[in-house]
Design a protein around this ligand. Structure first.
Ligand code: ZN
Length: 253
């Protein structure tokens, strides 16, 4: 495991690793409430352990940078323990990581995001940094790479936070952060304006989670399972490892 995790390697080991690894993967998570049944590091842990599996699959072509354990989470601030970054802070962190790594000769990056609230900030950072540092930067909300399984296996009207999808991912990747005895169905606020527009195909509204859910989660966590987690993570790993293989062999700059 320590052959591709920068935090667990010495500089001579990293120097050796960079002879084959031309790309760095950056896991990005969040510290935010996930209902009564998942610990608040959920998105950080999922991103981290997913990246370890991805790097293992892509060895020796990639290395994994330390996880960014905070994200853009202002919409969860009504719940205790959430810590939010400003989008600019996340972008500044990404810039410093890219600036440092390009000094070491790395020109390709994959930002692997575990939290939807980070998506807009990451997209802007990728756009700016790729041009500023003459780098090739791809980014993914990694669970989007498991679309087939999600469409087939999940049928809740609303899901996406501390739900059957996230609980299943956790049961597969990091089961110790799930409180099985406290798993609850999302208690939705059906009166909420934001909820009425949550699944709208062409409009997004900015909202707080306490507006739409009374217990912090959305979806039906009771339907989560290790097996569903395994299916989703394996689908995402297959799709993203295929992308990585393409990305590293194509030189566009
Ligand atoms: Zn989450």
């Amino acid at each position: 495991m320590d052959k591709f995790i920068l935090a667990d390697m010495t500089w001579p080991e990293i120097q050796e690793g960079f002879k084959t690894a031309k790309m760095v993967i950056v896991p990005i998570g969040a510290q935010e409430q996930h209902g009564h049944h998942i610990a608040e590091g959920c998105d950080s842990y999922r991103a981290k352990y997913f990246c370890h599996l991805l790097a293992e699959k892509c060895y020796p072509d990639v290395m994994v940078a330390p996880t960014i354990n905070y994200g853009v989470s202002p919409h969860h601030m009504a719940f205790p323990g959430t810590i939010t970054l400003r989008p600019e802070t996340l972008q500044a962190l990404l810039e410093d990581i890219v600036a440092s790594m390009t000094k070491h000769g790395i020109k390709k990056f994959l930002f692997v995001n575990g939290h939807g609230g980070n998506t807009a900030a990451i997209a802007v950072a990728a756009e700016q940094l790729a041009r500023k540092y003459n780098a090739e930067i791809a980014h993914t909300k990694f669970i989007d790479a498991a679309k087939q399984t999600i469409q087939k296996e999940i049928d809740s009207e609303y899901f996406g936070h501390a739900c059957e999808r996230e609980i299943s991912e956790c049961l597969y990747l990091v089961p110790e952060i799930v409180r099985q005895e406290h798993i609850e169905v999302g208690k939705m606020n059906e009166e909420s304006f934001a909820l009425a527009y949550k699944n709208n195909p062409f409009v997004r509204v900015v909202y707080d989670f306490d507006e739409i859910t009374n217990n912090g989660n959305i979806g039906d966590g009771t339907k989560g399972s290790y097996e569903l987690g395994e299916k989703m993570i394996q689908e995402a790993l297959a799709n993203l490892s295929e992308f990585v293989a393409d990305f590293i062999k194509t030189n566009r700059i």
